[in-house]
Design a protein around this ligand. Structure first.
Ligand SMILES: *Cc1c(COP(=O)(O)O)cnc(C)c1O
Length: 422
């Protein structure tokens, strides 16, 4: 060993309570099927980088322009992450410092808007994100936000509506992307409208960034001058975010992140992001991204065959939104029953939902995490069958059936180890 002796106690010795909880969470993840479309299982390498001594270092500023000394190593970490982001997504500029997706989006507002300016995004209950101007978010309180949705008959974005609202309201920013969109985002169609009204198009690709990196979803590059993404969803990195842009907007975005909104970047996270970007550039990740989509399509087809009503009639990506209205059970009791059966999803509003957001009509599921565990067609068919049985059991409050499903799920789950665990 060199001058660094690793004699520090581990979590188990230093804090058995937290160590036990971490182990319990490892067991929970191993014994359940994670179908939450915004979650994933990161690699051991990403875990190690994000749990490293880089957490100790303050480095306000950007590589080569810091406000603290001792940046010999940290500058290289951030430069590597930036270079990898630029190469992977083919962008001129990348900022890897945003703490998470929400602050990344807030930085976009800060870069382009004054309080009270008009901004436009997809309405939250239609599949948008809180930070696209929804009223309970700071972005809805401090800016004048207008929204668009999906068509009632198709469940898809209504570009006539997008164009009408944009022409009437003249927003400074138009956000595209969201949290419950099962279909391909048509960046070119948004770009045409943004150009027409002189708005800056922001592609928030948090959900599909990994699919874009792997070539399983079109890229917004060339259409959206500003791209925002989290790093922890399909991209399979640590919790964090990135802003990417053309050179034209680089300075404004960098200034908005620091010193506009944040202090020191989370360097351990930057290292984890760099590792994830490195992994995402491998051929194996391209395969992964395509498998995420083919698994989602298999699952969707099987659910449709079982009489489930899917918003937009299916999926193009990693995500499926089920409207349970025809199954006569609410989204919340269904999600809770599925959880008891070790199948983890979240309840979600569906477009034009008639129920309350706290107990909406839908559940949202996705395939990024189960695909990271190596699951494929056989497992998708089994999952569709379990969802079908669990929803019926939820309706009848049949706890014995949920227990039976849970036992079967555990048996399958244990055959597919969680990356990074054990
Ligand atoms: C997840 C998500 C965010 C926010 O990310 P956090 O890291 O949870 O703050 C923003 N936009 C979209 C579209 C998302 O899906």
């Amino acid at each position: 060993m060199g001058p660094v002796e690793r004699a520090q106690p581990s979590v188990a010795a230093a804090d058995p309570e937290i160590a036990e909880l971490i182990t319990a969470e490892e067991h929970r993840q191993t014994d359940t099927l994670c179908l939450i479309p915004s979650e994933n299982h990161v690699s051991r390498a990403v875990l190690e980088a994000s749990g490293s001594v880089l957490t100790n270092k303050y480095s306000e500023g950007y590589p080569g322009r810091r406000y603290y000394e001792g940046q010999q190593v940290v500058d290289q970490v951030e430069e590597l992450a930036i270079r990898r982001a630029r190469e992977l997504f083919g962008v001129e500029h990348a900022n890897v410092q945003p703490y998470s997706g929400s602050p990344a989006n807030l930085a976009v507002y800060l870069a382009f808007c004054q309080p009270g300016d008009t901004v436009m995004g997809m309405a939250l209950p239609m599949g948008g994100h809180l930070t696209h101007g929804w009223n309970v978010s700071a972005t809805g309180k401090w800016f004048r936000s207008v929204s668009y949705g999906v068509r009632r008959d198709t469940g898809r974005i209504d570009f006539d509506e997008v164009r009408d609202v944009a022409r009437r309201e003249r927003p400074k920013l138009i956000f595209c992307g969201g949290t419950a969109i099962p279909r391909t985002i048509d960046f070119a169609a948004f770009a045409e409208i943004a150009d027409d009204v002189g708005a800056v198009l922001v592609a928030d690709v948090a959900h599909v960034a990994g699919l874009i990196a792997g070539g399983a979803h079109p890229s917004p590059v060339g259409h959206a001058p500003v791209i925002s993404t989290t790093t922890h969803k399909t991209l399979r990195g640590p919790r964090g975010a990135m802003l990417m842009s053309s050179e034209e907007h680089a300075k404004a975005l960098d200034r908005a992140v620091f010193p506009g909104l944040q202090g020191g970047p989370h360097n351990h996270t930057t290292a984890g992001i760099a590792v994830a970007l490195h992994e995402a550039a491998e051929a194996e990740f391209t395969e992964y991204a395509h498998r995420v989509v083919s698994n989602a399509k298999l699952l969707a087809d099987d659910l449709l065959a079982r009489g489930f009503d899917l918003v937009s009639g299916g999926t193009d990506n990693h995500l499926i939104l089920i409207d349970l209205t025809t199954k006569e059970v609410g989204g919340k009791p269904a999600a809770q029953a599925l959880d008891r059966a070790h199948v983890v999803v979240n309840y979600n509003t569906v477009p034009y939902d008639t129920r309350k957001p706290f107990d909406p009509s839908g559940i949202r599921l996705g395939t990024p995490a189960v695909t990271s565990r190596g699951m494929g067609e056989t497992e998708m068919r089994a999952i569709a069958a379990w969802i079908d049985r669990a929803v019926e059991a939820a309706k009848k409050e049949d706890e014995a059936e949920l227990k039976r499903i849970g036992d079967e799920v555990v048996e399958l789950s244990r055959a597919f180890p969680v990356p990074g665990v054990g």
